[in-house]
Design a binder for this molecule. Sequence first.
Ligand code: AMP
Length: 129
Amino acid sequence: MTIFSKIIAGEIPCYKIAEDEKFFAFLDINPVQWGHTLVVPKKETDYIFDIEDKDIADMMIFAKKVAEGIKKAIPCRKVGMAVLGLEVPHAHIHLIPLTNEGDMDFKHKVEDPTPEKMAETAAAIAAMI
Ligand code: AMP
């Protein structure tokens, strides 16, 4: 069971944003920007491009809804999307609010992401979905 499956099962806490039958969205614990969100399929697959066509299409539609919520809740020009998957072997899309090109730099981290501010951010996004 991956760490993301444990989050989906409620065994590990997260700052949840949204879910449906097939997908789950929550804040990245080490955000690159405020509102940095992960979209994860409930079915475990390591590599995103191993996901079946129908499921990856549905994942994109779910990510679009979440991105629309992020865009409304977090001041930004656009919400960017990235897939890395080098750390956690459970496919996921990173959704990151962008104002400048450099805002997608994964070496940059938000300063002091306190539990209170993270919970507030997740609630603000969830309210827009
Ligand atoms: P990568 O697999 O390279 O896309 O990176 C995995 C991402 O998952 C990183 O941005 C981590 O900060 C994030 N991450 C790892 N564990 C957790 C967790 N328990 N809750 C939320 N995000 C996590």
